[in-house]
Write a protein that binds this ligand. Structure first.
Ligand code: ZN
Length: 457
């Protein structure tokens, strides 16, 4: 719970600066139950080996096609979707995570108000997210990327000393966790090749920020290799379960984020593997071929009828193709089979609301509240819960849901107004009233800080 709050606060604080001064820099945190579960399983042994509690460590996925990973305060490692796309294995990504945890324990991240992560998109809400966020981002990709790169460059102007210390710590972490460092070396070599290809000091958009902010000298790679090769874990085989799940998540992200034509080139129809079906389902859905998308999803569900993520995708595609009633069964099953994964439950709640059937409102309320109790950091779920209360005629709780969402996306003005409205109608001292009061106080403070911040510039 605490870590979700901290992330929400961090996001809110960052957004504040963003929305006030430079909306063009807003970036998306991508949320997806399967991806988050995988990243946690990849990172938890590394957090533990670093002496950090896995409960407070977190890996957050950013919807950005460039190859980058970074820390920005707290025990959060940010990984771009572009890095997952470029990596050959889960083990390579673990190498990057270990290096970034090295920055965390070295205390290298300096929190800056400029630049940051504004919008939260949910990987599942393809069309919804496209309409809300990606649509505008797509139009201005060039500008966005340039600005973002500059901000990240400034953000992470790490010295060589800090890089070497993060490498050394990263190697210790991998060795301590019993994870081979082959992936770390492999990924760094990949970046070195890219740099040679594009020129080291080029600041054009073709050079990735990770390469820019992580100068990779030959002796750096040599030192790192020596540190890693001497450990017993060097010759340990890769974890087959993590690698298999990585290929799935990578395919899903590619299908979601990349141009559908590119996806179909990597995963041609002749490829009947699970990752290929996954990638094509997203690619077809994204380009408006619901029947082909459904065929790919059905192939997956046939292969593994109790896989919650396949059922989640089946439900989403139906929901987003305007068939919320048909989406209920697969989403209900996916929610149960995933042991009520909050993100999957929130999609189920969305489908219940989308049926526009009054008889479904109570179940939607229960499902959404349960999801949000365990994961507040989900603006779409707050929108849906607000709709439920609005239809039930519960004005104070409609206002509270609006306040929660506004608080999350960094809109303290709306959060304050809505929280006060909610407090006016709720029983004083009740849990919802206390929550509204908390949001009101935090938002008031955020507005004061924002004024001071802008005044001081
Ligand atoms: Zn670094």
């Amino acid at each position: 719970m605490a870590r979700i709050h901290r992330l929400a606060t961090l996001l809110a604080m960052l957004c504040l600066a963003l929305f006030a001064a430079r909306p063009a820099l807003a970036q998306s945190v991508l949320r997806d139950a399967e991806t988050e579960a995988l990243l946690a399983d990849m990172a938890n042994p590394l957090f533990k080996a670093a002496g950090l509690s896995p409960a407070s460590g977190q890996v957050v996925l950013i919807g950005d096609p460039s190859i980058n990973a970074f820390v920005a305060g707290g025990q959060i490692v940010y990984i771009n979707a572009g890095l997952i796309d470029a990596a050959d294995s889960a083990n390579q990504v673990q190498g990057v995570i270990a290096h970034e945890i090295g920055h965390i324990i070295g205390g290298h991240a300096v929190f800056q108000r400029d630049g940051g992560y504004g919008n939260i998109s949910i990987l599942s809400l393809l069309l919804g997210a496209a309409a809300m966020a990606a649509g505008s981002a797509e139009a201005g990709t060039g500008i966005l990327m340039a600005g973002q790169r500059a901000a990240i460059g400034k953000y992470l102007a790490y010295s060589r000393v800090q890089e070497s210390s993060a490498d050394a710590a990263g190697a210790r972490i991998l060795n301590g966790a019993g994870v081979t460092g082959k992936g770390m070396i492999g990924f760094f070599e990949k970046l070195t090749q890219q740099m040679h290809q594009y020129g080291y000091y080029t600041t054009g958009p073709e050079v990735d920020p990770f390469a820019q902010t992580h100068p990779l000298s030959q002796d750096r790679v040599q030192t790192l290799t020596a540190d890693l090769q001497n450990a017993p874990s060097w010759s340990k085989p890769l974890d087959p379960d993590l690698e298999r799940r990585f290929k799935r998540v990578q395919a899903k992200l590619r299908g979601y984020a990349n141009d559908p034509k590119a996806t179909l080139r990597i995963y041609p129809k002749t490829d009947t593997s699970v990752p290929a079906h996954y990638a094509r389902a997203y690619a077809y859905h994204k380009s408006g071929y619901p029947e082909q998308a459904a065929a790919e999803t059905q192939a997956l569900v046939k292969l593994a009828p109790t896989d919650p993520y396949f059922l989640e995708l089946e439900g989403q595609i139906l929901l987003e193709s305007g068939q919320p009633r048909s989406a209920l069964e697969p989403l209900r099953k996916a929610t149960q089979l995933s042991n009520n994964a909050p993100l999957i439950a929130s999609t189920f709640g969305h489908a219940l609301v989308a049926t526009e059937d009054k008889a479904n409102l109570k179940e939607a309320e229960r499902v959404l509240r349960d999801s949000l109790t365990r994961d507040r950091n989900n603006p779409f779920a707050w929108i849906n819960l607000g709709t439920v209360y609005d239809r039930l005629g519960d004005e104070p709780r409609t206002a509270l849901a609006t306040a929660e969402r506004a608080n999350l996306i960094g809109d303290p003005r709306t959060a304050l107004i809505s929280a006060r409205r909610a407090m006016g109608g709720l029983a004083q001292g009740s849990p919802d009233w206390v929550r509204a009061q908390d949001i009101a106080m935090v938002s008031e403070q955020a507005m004061k800080d924002d004024k001071r911040y802008r005044g001081g510039r």
